[in-house]
Design a binder for this molecule. Structure first.
Ligand SMILES: [Zn+2]
Ligand SMILES: [Zn+2]
Length: 370
């Protein structure tokens, strides 16, 4: 325990009261970390696509809440019995710059035991929980501090990682790592991969697939202005979903087989439906983007059987995926043009302007600096 004066942890939160309502600036305070907790001063919090969906009313949340779950910060105090080491066995100390899993899990319930910590029976998700009018207890990124609960997977960041890249690790990039792992990219020989969506998670998926041995990677993106950027992240080609040349390209580059993996990161049933149509015999369709109510897919079970295909859903990720994403960003992926995914930096007090800009910059991250 190294915290005695709670008044030193005074700061602000930005309250979200519902779609169409202005974000509210609220003074609040944080107590010393209790047993197993870690208090972190937030340095950067990105506005993720799912925050925008909530802001626009596409996804229901109990309000008021403090949004923001792509967060990094510095450890300011450790509670009694707080974790002494991070996911990689690195000691956790006051002053360390850290990222952490988007959720806290119990480790003991049936889902945790079965290897699905993100579906824990006692799941606590940062940036998704309701708060009182005074902002207590805040657990989102649009705040000065955050208390990490027991069961949060913490990772000390390499000093070489720039803040504005590291901030997207614990949502967009870790989810991309989970999709790549579950899609078995590394276990197949030179697979032909289709990534639906050229946003942050989509391009992270492209880069990770490339690093894990994908033979060809093609991006399908409705906004043609984002196609050139997809190539700079390692895609061999980029198409609009309605381009006639898409199927011909995949056929030409797969000896007529089709795509070994389709990663749906765009959050579109139409993209998922198209992906099913593009799959090779034995292909895997990974669904990760549709995190809000979406139209059903048309599925021919006979075709699925005869073509030996797999459809998998992937929501969030396991702690190992956060490690995979962080090591990729620090090493193999360090030279990629991450700056092109950047929408700008705003002080926390200008959150409203930051959200308005983020809505106009699809495929880019706007970052708040509390
Ligand atoms: Zn997110
Ligand atoms: Zn659990």
């Amino acid at each position: 325990m190294n915290c005695s004066d709670p008044s030193q942890y005074e700061g602000h939160v930005v309250l979200f009261h519902g779609p169409g309502k202005p974000l509210a600036w609220q003074a609040t305070q944080w107590s010393c970390p209790k047993v197993g907790e870690v208090l972190v001063q937030i340095t950067h919090s990105a506005i993720c696509r799912s925050d925008l969906h909530t802001h626009c009313g596409h996804r229901a949340v109990t309000t008021p809440t403090v949004l923001g779950h792509e967060i990094i910060g510095r450890v300011v105090a450790l509670g009694a019995q707080a974790p002494e080491v991070d996911l990689r066995g690195h000691p956790i100390a006051v002053g360390d710059r850290v990222t952490w899993s988007i959720y806290a899990h119990c480790g003991r319930c049936p889902n945790c035991q079965a290897g699905w910590p993100q579906k824990c029976a006692k799941l606590f998700k940062y940036g998704h929980e309701p708060v009182a009018k005074d902002g207590q207890p805040s657990s989102g990124g649009m705040a000065s501090y955050i208390l990490l609960r027991p069961g949060t997977a913490i990772l000390v960041l390499e000093p070489s990682l720039p803040d504005q890249y590291a901030v997207a690790l614990n949502c967009a990039m870790a989810t991309a790592a989970a999709v790549t792992r579950q899609g078995e990219v590394a276990r197949r020989k030179d697979p032909v991969v289709v990534v639906m969506g050229g946003g942050y998670a989509g391009l992270s998926t492209v880069a990770l697939c490339r690093a894990q041995g994908a033979g060809r990677v093609v991006v399908v993106e409705t906004q043609r202005s984002l196609h050139a950027r997809a190539l700079s992240f390692g895609a061999d080609a980029a198409f609009h979903p309605e381009d006639d040349s898409l199927k011909a390209w995949i056929s030409d580059h797969s000896s007529g087989r089709g795509a070994d993996q389709v990663m749906e990161m765009a959050g579109s049933s139409a993209a998922a439906q198209l992906g099913l149509d593009l799959l090779a015999v034995g292909g895997v369709l990974m669904l990760a983007g549709t995190v809000f109510p979406s139209p059903a897919l048309a599925l021919d079970p006979e075709a699925l059987v005869r073509r030996c295909q797999i459809i998998k859903g992937m929501h969030n990720y396991a702690p190992e995926d956060l490690v995979l994403a962080t090591e990729f960003l620090a090493h193999d992926g360090a030279e990629l043009p991450w700056d092109s995914l950047h929408g700008g930096l705003f002080p926390l007090a200008e959150s409203q302007a930051a959200f308005e800009l983020a809505l106009q910059l699809p495929g880019k991250r706007v970052i708040l600096m509390p």
